[in-house]
Design a protein around this ligand. Sequence first.
Ligand SMILES: Nc1ncnc2c1ncn2[C@@H]1O[C@H](COP(=O)(O)OP(=O)(O)OP(=O)(O)O)[C@@H](O)[C@H]1O
Ligand SMILES: [Mg+2]
Length: 395
Amino acid sequence: MGIRSTRLIGRDRELGALSEALEKARTDHGGAFFLVGEGGIGKSRLAADIASRALATGLPVLRGRASSIGPMVPFRPLAEALLSHFRGGLPPAAPELDPLVPVLARLVPDWYRGDRPHDNGNLLVLAEAVFRLLSVAGREGGCLIVLEDLHNADAETLFIVEYLVDNLASSRVMLIGTLRGEPGEALRLATAAAQRSSSHTFELARLDAERTREFAAACLETEPAAVPAEVANLLWQNSEGVPFVVEELLHGMLGDGLLVGGAGGWQVVGELQARVPEALISSIATRVDALGPDGETLLSVAAVLGRRFPLSVVQAVTDMDDRMLHNHISASVAAHLVTTDETTPGWYAFRHPLTAEALLARLVPSTKANLARRAADAVELLHPGLPGELCALAA
Ligand SMILES: Nc1ncnc2c1ncn2[C@@H]1O[C@H](COP(=O)(O)OP(=O)(O)OP(=O)(O)O)[C@@H](O)[C@H]1O
Ligand SMILES: [Mg+2]
């Protein structure tokens, strides 16, 4: 059973407003929305729900994500979003787009026709080109572009996002940006755009006690009343309403055999420990400890590498043989700590950035520095010349 709610819990206000905006984009005019909140609060989940609704009504959905791990490639989230929709295809036929196709080829290499763009790298021209492309994509019945984790986005991307935000009302394009509420350029952009009424920001709050119980029930595929009271209380106290932490804690309880489902519903077996407020760290720590010292080392090295990591580098740093490496990574996947990374063969990813952060919090600074140095050496040794993403990884 996966510790995940198939239903979206709460967020009624946001869902209502975003669904309405989606309908407007389909029939009339677009708009821009920013979902802001701490890690694990549910920004991606809400955006994904809207994206599913869009797809269900036939709207094209373009999705891209900024990453703190990859090299700071300019325009990465935008390029990813455009490629998610246009990869392998021709640019849409439209007279207003035609002169800008060579410019767009900077983001969609498939469209490179051998002619050099006349924009001299002018960002404003590229921004206009992206705007026109999206407008054309949405002209029949709207389209949705979702740009995730903008707090990690490069300045060039944010420039274009700002341009889009200010112009979307004259198109049928809806934009949803997600970002953590940390101070930075992305948050400034969202705040300023909201102030001049170009966009709307939703700050996602933590769930209250009742919603937390509802969320736990949904994860356990049961009714809120069927969640044992002490479980509900403990989850609420230790998660403080952050859905990701609720999932983690539930997973811990199930894994420890403290919460057991049967014909009589969910029951607590033995004594639920009141975990320390650093619920997440302890929950993850327990699972990491269960993997043994080698498993822990593997994950610590991985955490130093970031949310996503190449297994080859982990192997080089830890000096494990293939069989041992395979066993430990499989155990980590089974423990719900990491997953295979669908985008790159040989890479794995922590299930959530908070997992890596929790692991790092366990390391003393000197160990962290030591591991980072060894990891950087290993990246260089394994991949001379540091192609692609590996350069940033080493840095
Ligand atoms: N309202 C909700 N209903 C159901 N599940 C939720 C809800 N909010 C969050 N979740 C679940 O909690 C987990 C964390 O949510 P999510 O990944 O969307 O967080 P996030 O805000 O995008 O975090 P980050 O800033 O780290 O990207 C996911 O498994 C998600 O499905
Ligand atoms: Mg997210």
